[in-house]
Design a protein around this ligand. Sequence first.
Ligand SMILES: *Cc1c(COP(=O)(O)O)cnc(C)c1O
Length: 393
Amino acid sequence: MKQMIEEIEVRAREELFINIQPIQAAGRLTPEAMKAIIAYGDGYSTCDWCMAPFRLDKIRMPPINEFHVKLAKFVGMDQARVVPGARRGFQAVVSSLVEKGDSVIVSALAHYTEFLAVENVGGIVKEVPLNEENIVTGENTAQKIEKVKKETGKLPKLIMMDHFDYMFGNEHDIHGIAKVAKEYDVPFLANCAYSLGVMPVNGKEMGADFLVGSGHKSFASPAPSGILATTNEWAEKVFRTTQMVGDLTGRKFGIKEVEMMGCTLMGANLIAMMASFPAVHERVKHWDDEIKKANYFIDEFLKIEGNKVLSEMPRKHTLTKVDTTGSFDKIARTHKRRGFFFSDELKKRRIIGEFAGATRQWKLNTYGLTWDQIKYLAEAFQDIAKKYGMNVA
Ligand SMILES: *Cc1c(COP(=O)(O)O)cnc(C)c1O
């Protein structure tokens, strides 16, 4: 059976393969989240017990209210909201703080959704260059702020920086950047899309005014889902409630929050996040093991002659950018299937998630694989290399 219903394929990639796809690894659902999706799949299911003053994060049954409190504590901030993806978190903050023509400091590795959040309000992104190790530092951030100040006569309205970037999975100098943000008195958003939910993250310890996470990237949750957390001070601005009054009817809508459009994750997505939360709460304590496995795999991967790693070493994240121009790409140049020979070989060994056809620079993510799977994965790469006559140390 190939189709679950007409024209929609059965998706069994996680069941049938080892999946090293870079963005999918830590968003895989827990069994609890799967159950929650089935039970709460109907439209406005979470609204069964919604009582005055009518807002999603105030609902007590199921314990959505309690979840928000726990979530804020978990990320080390005063208040938290669930949002439809990290991008909607950026959007809420940017739309509250930035006006047309204002500058926003981002990294030279910033995610496209950060650009879009700024563009949406007519702001202008200003990118901080990377150092030789492809890291954003506090020092470079300070220099960029000075430059913006000189060129525009104004300070930027916001600094938005990635804890770990999506390109290399490198860790950036969040503490240093937060310190610079304080010195210039510019609010600081820590983009933890690749860290919140897989490793311990504490916003206040980081010195962040805003913390954003992605449910579907790193919190074992369905898409779209995400987290926006902040301090009590900034909550007043970003979680401001509606002041609008109907001119004809005089209607007002009480405590609905403007940036949240009243309520955000209504239904299964939120309940699935809540269902995954205990597992996520536990798994961040085992990040060390994930790093050990990632480094084991990468060490084995580097035994293949010509293989390179473009991310910082040793790895501090399970997402890694690799370069196989000097190894697998050499075969692809003359193979009748081109780069797809590599995907074919991996697939034969029940491995998927590499960018199909890519044999130069590509990314992989080993998050959540067992030691047995990690060892199998390393052997599979070496096996393919040997088959095509490459040297393996
Ligand atoms: C994936 C990613 C995002 C977008 O996250 P969504 O939850 O899909 O909106 C933003 N920033 C970085 C660094 C990412 O890796």
